[in-house]
Design a protein around this ligand. Sequence first.
Ligand code: ATP
Ligand code: MG
Length: 379
Amino acid sequence: MYVQLNAAIVDPDAANRQELATFLSGFGINVVAQYAQTEQVAGALGRVDSPQLVIINLDPAPAETLKRLGQLPRQHPGTSFFVLSQTLDPNVLMEAMHMGVREFIPVPIQEQKFSASIERIASQHGMGKKARIVHVIPTIGGCGSTTVSCNVAASLAQAGSKTVLADLDLVRGGAASYFDVRPRYTIADVMASAEKVDKQLLDNALCVHRTSQLSILARPELPEDTQRVTQAGLQRLLNVVGRMYDWVVLDSVMSIDPVYSAALQAADLNLIVMQLNVPSCRNAERFVGAMRRMGIDASKIKIVVNRFVKKGGDIEPDEVEKALGMKISWLIPNDFKNAIAAINFGEPVVLRSPRSEMSVSLQQLANSLLPADAVRKAA
Ligand SMILES: Nc1ncnc2c1ncn2[C@@H]1O[C@H](COP(=O)(O)OP(=O)(O)OP(=O)(O)O)[C@@H](O)[C@H]1O
Ligand SMILES: [Mg+2]
């Protein structure tokens, strides 16, 4: 089973074809054939392994190129045809639609619109994105973001949702050791754009934690290998795992570098983990500001306070809320004994001591992420 859409592309210019293939790989699309001439596409169609998508650059002569496409879209209803052009000629557009072309994509391509078109095609082929992506971001070292991501992921997996936890703390990350698993392959191994990300490759790279059935994609063993993790690679990975899982949890770092901007933008929920002290609060404020400027919707940002103690914290929750201009979504109690025992034992606290106050809070946090109808069903 492949989890990527296959596409054939047509463009008279070889460099353009390569650029388009790279661009498409960022959307989880695998280019299986490249042609210079429209007529050549016929050879890839009408077979069991026909691509689900054909993308044709109509330029430099849109009307003529379109004519050469002829009856192909009508003859192959199982394949969707997209055409690209820099010129928006209404006659060409109408003609394309009459011929059965699914989408007319103006160049330069608007990524968001293009992504929506790809999602429509993917769901039509039973490969639609279904996962919700939860991106967990620390505000200072040791604030407990890995504890939050591991426990939320384990709770979701244990509740029966197909869940993957990926470690984006690429140099220092410890998600795999929180579960005491030693993966053979890591996130760096599923980045190469020449590589087809299919189920088999992912099955090799993902460790499954036996007790919870959580899949784990670890950080690379060698710090040098973190250089292989790229923005395009991450986008492609998220597209692919997004079609295989119900939940993708990312244990991340506080950064807006390209890889992390991609994670921030792709996430359905960005959980900012903080403690009630001044440095953490200040960083949370700075980062929430940056996310707002990046255009991330406020509904996709949630503040989680970890290691909460009712009395004796440095600052009060309402002071934090005032500084951030938003509500705290969750408070996780301080429980050093259980937290550290879980790490030393290599099993998240929700699995190891599920009845502790800290575990109940983390499980409820995971529950609060579920859509209301799923929670009702589980109750
Ligand atoms: N609710 C909690 N109560 C007490 N201790 C906690 C709690 N959550 C986490 N800890 C402890 O805090 C330490 C750091 O936790 P964790 O590794 O989850 O933080 P982090 O933000 O991911 O850190 P890093 O900066 O290393 O990525 C660990 O020793 C953990 O046991
Ligand atoms: Mg961490």
